[in-house]
Design a protein around this ligand. Structure first.
Ligand SMILES: Nc1ncnc2c1ncn2[C@@H]1O[C@H](COP(=O)(O)OP(=O)(O)OP(=O)(O)O)[C@@H](O)[C@H]1O
Ligand SMILES: [Mg+2]
Length: 385
């Protein structure tokens, strides 16, 4: 029985044959390709565990081939061994820099090659176990979150009955206590709902319901829904989305959820009387939507970590508002499901801008984008002071 699948890529047929022969003798299932381009095609089709590739090849060389493999989210975990005549330190550094996991210099000793392949196989199998454990963790988290939701809703329901005096008169201390229980159950409900969202999206259980939708309508709807929340902090909402944007393929409920998270952050991390602006612009094949605030800002060293689960950085809510650090992780996942990406720019003390891009065409994975350019039109929504 084959103990793993290996793709051998080399323009020299004799080397390909020699390497393949040693691997087959050890029971591996071996495929061959004569350059990076053919290697890519075969890797996509056959999902090898390990790729052993030459560096200098006509057509696509080993460096470019390795970069492409490591840039592809379905193939980046394939263990990549460079097997090349280029043995200088700079060559090795370049090889590892392109994403290679191991590097061997020709002429090679086949005992060493097989030992390295076996060690790579052990790593692949541990990776597989980790993936399974991670899926199990997601499933468990999803189950816990789901099962906590019902009792919490019941607790909140009883609190509401007390608060509405439907269960008899309460003393002022009792009213205060019930209010405390109610507030905490709302926070816990928000948390379990967020956990459920993250785990659902992570385990691939969220299917987008895509339709061609106008960003203008999405933004206008969200701004209407948020006016009351903003007015509590006397925040001015500004709609700078131009009329001439092309419609975008999106799931309106999920994108409203993403926008809602960005707006709620902008309110939470801004002082009273701040301004929150939504703008949008076409940029190549994408429409980019930005939510900017004039709030506390984020230190530059924290910008990269914001979108990870449970990460809360130096910036603190201005009124002690609560959160769990899941909002931006959810935004990132929703935007990536749409084939776009999200990023932040910020200046401490001046404010932050969160921008997400959505492809105009219907598709599922992101393409590299050109840099941002803005065209905007000002329509002011008066705040309710
Ligand atoms: N507009 C913003 N201005 C300043 N800091 C921000 C802004 N948005 C996010 N952050 C920082 O990024 C962190 C992560 O944001 P995220 O939305 O994921 O979590 P949260 O708002 O703390 O909690 P949750 O969204 O789960 O209620 C925040 O805790 C905050 O430190
Ligand atoms: Mg948030």
């Amino acid at each position: 029985m084959a103990q793993g699948k290996i793709l051998v890529v080399d323009d020299q047929e004799s080397i390909r044959k020699l390497v393949s022969m040693h691997l087959r003798k050890r029971g591996y299932d071996v495929l061959g390709a004569h350059d990076g381009r053919e290697g890519l095609k075969k890797a996509l089709k056959h999902h090898p565990d390990i790729i052993i590739s030459d560096l200098m090849m006509p057509g696509m060389d080993g460096i470019e081939f390795c970069k492409r493999i490591k840039a592809d989210k379905d193939m980046r975990e394939v263990f990549f061994i460079m097997l090349t005549a280029k043995g200088k330190i700079e060559d090795k550094v370049e090889g590892f820099g392109s994403g290679a996991d191991d590097y061997m210099v020709k002429p090679f000793n086949h005992h060493e090659l097989l030992a390295r392949v076996e060690s790579a196989m052990r790593i692949c199998s541990l990776q597989g176990e980790l993936r399974e454990l991670n899926n199990l963790k997601d499933e468990f988290l999803g189950m816990v979150a789901h099962d906590l939701r019902n009792p919490l809703t019941v607790i909140k329901g009883w609190c509401d009955l007390f608060a509405e005096d439907l269960l008899g008169d309460l003393t002022s201390e009792q009213v205060e206590a019930i209010d405390g229980i109610s507030q905490q159950s709302i926070l816990m409900l928000d948390l379990v709902n967020d956990l459920l969202d993250v785990t659902k999206i992570e385990s691939g259980k969220v299917e987008l319901s895509l339709s061609q939708y106008k960003i203008q309508d999405l933004v206008a709807g969200q701004l209407r829904a948020q006016t009351l929340v903003a007015s509590k902090k006397h925040i001015t909402l500004v709609d700078r989305v131009p009329d001439n944007l092309p419609p975008v393929w999106l799931d309106p409920d999920r994108m409203a959820q993403a926008l809602n998270n960005l707006l709620s952050n902008a309110f939470k991390f801004s002082p009273e009387h701040a301004t929150v602006t939504i703008s949008a612009a076409r940029n190549g094949n994408f429409v980019e939507v930005s939510v900017s605030d004039t709030g506390v800002g984020i230190p530059p060293e924290d910008l990269d970590r914001l979108f990870q689960k449970f990460v809360q950085v130096g910036s603190r809510p201005t009124r002690g508002e609560k959160g769990t650090g899941l909002g931006l992780a959810i935004v990132k996942k929703i935007v990536e499901l749409h084939g776009g990406r999200v990023w932040a720019t910020s200046k401490v003390g001046e404010g932050s801008t969160f921008t997400f891009s959505l492809p105009v065409e219907k598709r599922s994975s992101a393409e590299p984008e050109p840099s941002a350019k803005e065209t905007s039109l000002e329509v002011t929504i008066p705040s309710e002071n």
